[in-house]
Design a protein around this ligand. Structure first.
Ligand SMILES: O=C(O)[C@H](O)[C@H](O)COP(=O)(O)O
Ligand SMILES: [Mg+2]
Length: 300
């Protein structure tokens, strides 16, 4: 049963129990370019208490470098090496795990974040914007298998269209050796208290037509967490994953041997949390990350 943080004593005990906090971004820190009220004070408070803070986002639309500028614009501070996005996870996977061949190319469905991280890892790829126009059947018939495409990588793409789906389909259906990768598979995207189609919608379209399962590189899959734990030599038992989605953030933390805090400012409502149909339960939950601002500050 999840414990709701509602008192100063409970918040103090929660904070004292942890050395490191991994924060999800969309639905926890912000909606798009709007800060969720009070979270800036929470990050300041935790840093004043000497806590390590890292950011782990499934949002593939921006690179780590671009995210540092977003943090700055919202009055938050975060260095590039404190940010782990699913585009970075995909680039690390292709470079370090797959050792992606230099003479092959990745066909990307997605936005700048993926392209920038692949560039940083010296992995060749298409420019998704080149495929953003509509297509007729003559154009579809001109799409042919391409043995130079070694992987199809799918992320959040607000310009998804039939041309892109047809290319991904042809490359994957014609070549079983072509990798099918997804930055993440979140079903929905939290935006100002509502939800909209998430990356999982784009991934499902290609799963549906090819019948192939992608390797998903973002939360809840543990590859990204293993990188973070190794890089910072984290003690999982004194690390807390803070997120708004049960089947990515909280599952990521539970499977990773960490404690977990669900906040109700994103995709999960209190009613959904208590719905017994899902089997993922956070250790703690709170109305917002800003709930932690109740903590004592006397001992800083
Ligand atoms: O559809 C998506 O890609 C996700 O909703 C979005 O990226 C989630 O980002 P996060 O909550 O992990 O920061
Ligand atoms: Mg989120």
């Amino acid at each position: 049963m999840a414990t709701k943080l509602t008192t100063r004593e409970a918040v103090n005990a929660f904070i004292d129990r942890h050395d490191t906090f991994l924060f999800d971004c969309d639905g926890v820190l912000w909606y798009g370019h709007t800060l969720i009220p009070g979270v800036d004070k929470t990050l300041e408070l935790l840093r004043r208490k000497g806590k390590r803070i890292l950011f782990v986002t499934n949002n593939s639309t921006q690179s780590r470098q671009a995210y540092t500028k977003k943090f700055e614009k919202l009055g938050l501070s975060a260095s590039e090496n404190e940010i782990f996005g699913s585009s970075y996870a995909a680039a690390v996977y292709l470079q370090k795990v797959v050792d992606f061949p230099a003479d092959k190319q990745v066909y990307v469905i997605g936005q700048a974040g993926i392209c920038d991280e692949l560039d940083a890892a010296s992995i060749r790829h298409n420019n998704p914007a080149d495929d953003s126009s509509t297509i007729d059947w003559e154009g579809v018939e001109a799409i042919t298998p391409d043995p130079n495409i070694g992987a199809v990588l799918v992320g959040f793409d607000m310009e998804i269209n039939y041309r892109k789906l047809a290319k991904a389909y042809v490359y994957l259906a014609s070549n079983p050796g072509c990798l099918f990768l997804a930055t993440n598979d979140d079903a929905s995207f939290p935006h100002h208290g509502r939800t909209f189609p998430g990356t999982g919608s784009m991934v499902a379209a290609i799963k549906g037509c090819t019948g192939r399962e992608p390797r998903v590189l973002g939360k809840p899959h543990q590859t990204m967490l293993d990188c973070i734990v190794a890089k910072y030599d984290l003690d999982r038992t004194r690390t807390c994953m803070v997120g708004d989605r049960l089947n990515t953030d909280i599952q990521f933390g539970v499977q990773g041997g960490m404690s977990t805090l669900l906040v109700l400012t994103g995709v999960t409502s209190e009613q959904e949390l208590h719905d017994a149909r899902h089997n993922i339960t956070p250790e703690y939950y709170a109305d917002s990350l800003a709930t932690l601002n109740m903590a004592d500050t006397a001992d800083e």
